[in-house]
Design a protein around this ligand. Structure first.
Ligand code: OXD
Ligand code: MN
Length: 596
């Protein structure tokens, strides 16, 4: 297929505008085929961008430029028409000024390169919850990652030709090959030229200068969260930074749970967890993002809009996440910024294999005595979700799965108990709005201070966060809704001597069991000032070697601790000014009153 075959004038005009501006040597429309994927990987092997691994099978290794290793929140903007609509948690740029700047930056930015057109679907192509996008990019690395992370194919162009709306996603690494400029293994632009921008009113994304992860794979954070959160607000659904898991009890009863945790809190681990309690089964629907719409029965139905996992490699092992390791080991994966072993495999910190002689992510010889990390801490694997051994058979069901519970959480050493059920929906929204982790700042004055990350959406909400809280409250008022129950969990509580009070990993299934039973209205809770906590003896700790005093600390209400947190919540809420829904302040006042 060629651009000249496209008849939809909106799509054709948009494509032609960028082709004319970027001046690529060639234009290729991606078809999502294995042949095209293999050909692009092969080309990157020959150009020196990729190394074909000896293991796992059909897998590749690549290393980025050392200045292009993660999402750049400082260079991420919401370009809404009015600044106040971006809110206090986003950087903002005037859309007209930003577009004018792009006219200059993109001029000739693809000289000497191929411009790829990637038609993709977020979610199964035929699902009423899914949405389509077209990403333009000059990075073959982006193309092959998008082929794993989304559903790519010309069938999406047919849908658009038939009238389906689509999100416009424009990307360039910003490294033209004009004159006799030689290419480099990881082309990118200097940080002051990097821009990850979102035009919410136009449902459009423009990204310049970075080839890494969420900056460049535009289906993920840019579309599925920032733009989709705006679409969800306008259309009455939810786009959330949540994993989705399927929980089956020993009696065969099934419930689906969606959970929001800030980045680096173990979402992928929880989504693929192996329960330690006999008879329970966890299967995966998604590990990062959930899109949810009300079904005719009033329940919220969720899909995972992605088709792959873009997981953090360091820390992933047979202990922390055996099913992620099994998924990767089935092959067909791309490893970015991990170390590489001399026998052609990959390695990262906390890998199950003993560290030996390696080449580190900066292409330097490495041994355990090197004294530096072999893999970049944000090294990633990109791997197809469908080959996860515990993927639920219904993970691609177009109608989605009905959600019974939402879990929220953060990393809290103190105060927050292991599990706490919201008193009602509005209280649950308050819990989401006040999600926080302790800062780990080197600055001593900062230690113990909370970094609030409402609903784990701080860097991902495409509009004013106060309006986003309002949207959650509105969802709760929908006539006939059968809403999920809301829980707050904390796997990271520590004792005074610093030890973790809770073993985590597979033992988190004990908390899931309690949540499951509460969703069936089991009388296993006691009402406290902060919500419903497990009644004495109702959290299953059979076979767990945990001191009674640790268990007591995990399930207590630390009244003094909560009182000390209240002023920080007040400060956090003050940021949202008059867009903070009144219900949130009422919830805070009610909490204060209950604490006495
Ligand atoms: C991610 C993130 O990469 O949340 O998923 O940062
Ligand atoms: Mn994430």
């Amino acid at each position: 297929m060629q651009v000249s075959d496209i008849t939809n004038s909106n799509l054709k005009t948009w494509l032609q505008k960028w082709i004319d501006l970027c001046e690529p040597t060639d234009v290729v429309i991606c078809d999502g085929s294995k042949a095209q994927y293999d050909q692009l990987c092969n080309m990157m092997v020959k150009s020196g961008a990729f190394i074909k691994l000896d293991k796992p099978a059909n897998s590749y290794h690549t290393r980025s430029d050392k200045t292009d290793v993660a999402r750049v929140e400082d260079r991420t903007y919401i370009c809404s028409a009015r600044q106040e609509d971006a809110g206090p948690t986003n950087h903002w740029k005037d859309p007209k000024e930003m577009r004018a700047e792009f006219d200059v930056l993109f001029k000739g930015s693809m000289k000497g390169r191929t411009l790829y057109v990637i038609p993709f679907s977020m979610g199964p192509i035929e699902s009423p919850i899914s949405k389509y996008g077209i990403e333009i990019t000059d990075s073959p690395y982006v193309v092959v990652n998008m082929c794993i992370m989304t559903r790519v194919g010309t069938a999406i162009i047919k849908k658009i030709e038939a009238g389906a709306p689509f999100v416009k996603c424009m990307h360039s690494v910003g490294y033209p090959l004009d004159g006799d400029t030689a290419d480099v293994p990881w082309p990118s632009a200097p940080v002051e030229k990097k821009y990850i921008t979102h035009f919410p009113e136009d449902r459009e994304i423009i990204s310049f200068g970075s080839g890494y992860g969420g900056n460049a794979l535009l289906g993920k954070k840019c579309f599925a969260l920032r733009i989709a959160s705006v679409q969800a607000r306008d259309e009455g659904w939810m786009a959330e930074h949540m994993l989705i898991l399927k929980l089956t009890s020993p009696k065969g009863e099934v419930k689906y749970v969606a959970a929001a945790f800030p980045s680096a809190c173990g979402k992928t681990n929880l989504a693929m967890m192996e329960p330690s309690i006999p008879g329970w089964k966890v299967e995966t629907i998604g590990d990062d993002i959930a899109w949810m719409k009300f079904g005719p029965d009033g329940q919220l139905y969720a899909i995972n809009p992605e088709a792959g996992f873009f997981g953090v490699a360091p820390g992933t092992s047979m202990k922390s996440n055996p099913n992620a390791m099994r998924t990767i080991n089935r092959g067909n994966s791309i490893f970015t910024n991990t170390a590489i072993t001399l026998d052609g495999g990959v390695w990262w910190e906390d890998h199950d294999d003993k560290p030996a002689q390696l080449v580190d992510w900066r292409r330097r010889p490495w041994t355990p005595a090197s004294g530096v990390k072999a893999a970049h801490p944000n090294a990633r694997f990109t791997t197809p979700a469908g080959q996860c051994p515990v993927i639920a058979p219904e993970w691609e069901d177009p109608k989605g799965v009905p959600i019974s519970a939402f879990l929220f959480g953060g990393r809290r050493k103190t105060v927050v108990p292991l599990v706490n059920e919201a008193l009602d929906w509005e209280h649950g929204v308050f819990l989401g709005a006040t999600m926080a982790s302790e800062t780990t700042a080197a600055n001593l004055a900062e230690v113990g201070k909370l970094r609030f990350d409402p609903f784990a959406m701080l860097p991902f909400c495409g509009y004013h966060m106060g309006d986003y809280f309002k949207h959650w409250l509105k969802i709760g008022k929908k006539a006939g809704a059968k809403l999920p129950k809301i829980f707050y969990v904390n796997w990271f509580r520590r004792g005074e001597d610093g030890h973790f009070l809770w073993p985590g990993f597979g033992d988190n299934s004990r908390v899931l069991e309690w949540v499951f039973n509460r969703c069936n209205d089991a009388p296993t809770a006691r009402k406290t000032p902060i919500g419903y906590l497990p009644a004495e003896g109702t959290l299953n700790v059979k076979g767990l070697d945990i001191p009674a005093s640790d268990l007591k600390d995990l399930l207590e209400v630390d009244v003094q601790g909560w009182k000390a947190v209240v002023p920080q919540i007040e400060e956090h809420f003050a940021k949202f000014g008059d867009r903070l829904p009144k219900e949130m302040m009422q919830q805070l006042e009610a909490l204060k009153a209950r604490l006495g």
